[in-house]
Design a protein around this ligand. Sequence first.
Ligand code: CA
Length: 390
Amino acid sequence: MKITEITTYILKVPLGEKRFYSSQCAFPERNSMLVKVETDEGIYGWGEGGQYGPAEPVKCVIDQILAPMLIGQDPLDKGILWDQMYQSTRDYGQKGTYIEAISALDIALWDICGKALNVPVYRLMGGKKRSHVASYATGCYYRGEDVLDIDTALPALQKEAASYVEAGFEMLKIKVGLLSVEDDAKRVRAIRQAVGDDVKIFCDCNHAYNAYTAIRMAEHLEEAKILFMEEPVTPEDFDGYRRVRNATRIAIAGGECEYTAFGFQKYIAGGCIDIAQPDICVSGGLTEFQRILAVANTSGVNVIPHVWGSGVALAAALSAIAAMPLYPHTANPVPFQNEPVIEYDRNFNPLRDELLTENFELVDRKVKVPDGAGLGIDINMDVLKKYCVQ
Ligand code: CA
């Protein structure tokens, strides 16, 4: 089999009134980049990358540098192709745009391999450890009015948090970091009050803090029985991560802005995190995910993949999680405790909910792992054209 054509698509959906904010920025639109890899046998694969920032540089790396390298090669050699892409761009790549581009292509190559062998990707990754993955609702972002007056914003926030629990979610991830520690602590307490004590709550800071402020925030999070604190400090601040982790009983999560096993190894060997959160579309694709998982588990660190993007990103994460071993093994696995979970962002996202020919199935807030060959999904080209800007 030979790769004959590689096409990139930049997708954008303006959010209008549904815009939302993290501690770092506003999200006025959903954007991503999909790549389609085609072969001389008619089999094609889909991959995704470039969802964090502008997708144009990722598209450029694929179109101009990596695609010409892959055309004519056998997609079943996916590991060798990964290495070739990485080695040939190492001197100026290693992180960021180049690894996102490699990630997108790698996911598409796994999709092709699965289809060529007529097995789901999770079979190629080790087998089907689970058919459904417990999901946590990501929500309670800032809506804008919270910055002006936190007290008047709290009722709507509580209503939003309660709506996830009413919808059956037993785990939530909420945002902190945009406001003062005191005002954000009010938000966290209000959410805890709204959902009750039994709901598992995780807290995402989007690296808003220095170490001493993160430690102050962690005290409030401990009181509210938050289970993990995500990206407390900037991704480059390894010492800060360690200081925060040593100062709190809350598990520390991080890594959505980190790349490859080389990058994760620094967090893990440095004692920075309890939970590694590689984004499969960003950190090196499914090939690199297996290495990151190996590095993490050999050092006692759990892995919860970060998911942000279209249905292709979610399908790639589900395929990887389906094959993940329990860490550690117990006879009665508990979601988050040792059973892997999946992030299910609750903000408006037509790139996840409209783009695929068949949507994801949720059963008791567990997302069914697609069972078709490859990633088990396909793209509705009419919807893709509707949102494609380039
Ligand atoms: Ca995050």
